[in-house]
Every structure is written in structure tokens, then in C-alpha cells.
Design a protein around this ligand. Structure first.
Ligand SMILES: [Zn+2]
Length: 186
């Protein structure tokens, strides 16, 4: 047991020597290394490919940055933000609260990321898929939009194709309805 602990410590201390971000400390500590969060990128990419097709985006249209974001309000799990005329300082990105990855089942994390990517694609479609724009015209509300709700259920189905969890799929279907009921203006 004790040996196992020492071994674990050694492995961890070796890992911490790897300069993950390629940065070097110079006299003071003003950043922290981050390990890669356990997102299932291949699952997210499968959802992303389906979403582009459903929304009619160009096949090579780039996704927004996914950002591990400690600023996500406590009641939220993740969110999509973009610069508008009134808030030009907002970055175009999907923010994910680290606690979401820690506490949500990976299927639901993938569903959540898919939901935010769908917001992104709807917004960009309304803006001619023009990523050169500095600000974007405000999106009309999505959550109760029938097409948005239909494609959101397809995300749940796509994840079901991978893991066959009927229980998780019904949680995701519930999320579709709850988003419309609780945040019809988004
Ligand atoms: Zn939403």
C-alpha cells in the first residue's frame, strides 16, 4: 500500500516536470500548468460533424475554441459567448466550467458541448458563416426554436448510437425541454 502511494507520488512528480504549456517560470509564479481535461474529443467531433450537416455549414467550417473557464456562473455548467455591438469585448468561445467535467457523466458533457456548438452554428448561419466579422448580430432565441430542439434531440441520439444508454438519452431529451421551459429567451 505504502509502496503504491510512493509510486503514485513519483509518477505525479514526473508528470509535473513536463512543461505542458511550454512556459518557463522566471522568478515569480504567475501561471499554473494545466493537465488536459478528460473530454471525449472523438465523441465531440462525431457530434460536430453531424451538426454542421444538419445546420448546413460548410464541411470545413472551424469550430469555436473550447475553453476551461472558472468564470462560468455557479448555476451554469457551460456557455457560449460571442462579441456583439453592445459587448464587443466578449470572445467567441464555448466556456466549460471545470466542475462540470468533474461531476457530469462524460455522455452529458458531450451533450452539453454539442448544445453550445449548436448555438454557435445557428448564430453563424444567421451571420452568413462569416468568421471575419468583429461583432455578430444578436441571435434570435434558440431554445424553443423547433429546428434547434429537433437537432438537440439528434445530439442525444448520436450519443446513444455510441453508448446505448437509454437512461442518459432521456436525461438529454429532458434537457432539450428544460432549456426551452427555463430559458426561452436564449
Ligand atoms: Zn443554450
Amino acid at each position: 500500500m505504502k509502496q503504491g502511494l510512493v509510486l503514485a507520488f513519483l509518477v505525479l512528480s514526473c508528470l509535473s516536470l513536463v512543461p505542458l504549456q511550454g512556459k518557463v517560470y522566471r522568478g515569480s509564479i504567475d501561471f499554473i500548468e494545466l493537465t488536459e481535461p478528460p473530454l471525449r474529443y472523438s465523441d465531440i467531433n462525431a457530434v460536430w460533424e453531424m451538426l454542421k450537416e444538419e445546420v448546413g455549414a460548410p464541411g470545413d467550417f472551424p469550430p469555436p475554441p473550447l475553453v476551461l473557464d472558472w468564470e462560468v456562473p455557479h448555476k451554469a455548467r457551460m456557455g457560449f459567448q460571442y462579441p456583439t455591438v453592445n459587448y464587443p469585448q466578449y470572445p467567441l468561445m464555448v466556456s466549460i466550467a471545470p466542475r462540470t467535467i468533474d461531476t457530469w457523466h462524460h455522455e452529458l458533457v458531450t451533450y452539453g458541448v454539442g448544445h453550445e456548438l449548436l448555438h454557435y452554428l445557428f448564430l453563424l448561419r444567421d451571420n452568413g458563416f462569416d468568421l471575419e466579422k468583429r461583432t455578430f448580430d444578436e441571435a434570435s432565441p434558440h431554445h424553443c426554436n423547433r429546428e434547434f430542439m429537433r437537432i438537440s434531440r439528434l445530439i442525444a441520439d448520436r450519443i446513444w448510437d455510441m453508448y446505448h444508454s437509454t437512461e442518459h438519452r432521456s436525461v438529454m431529451y429532458d434537457e432539450v425541454t428544460k432549456s426551452c421551459f427555463n430559458q426561452p429567451g436564449q
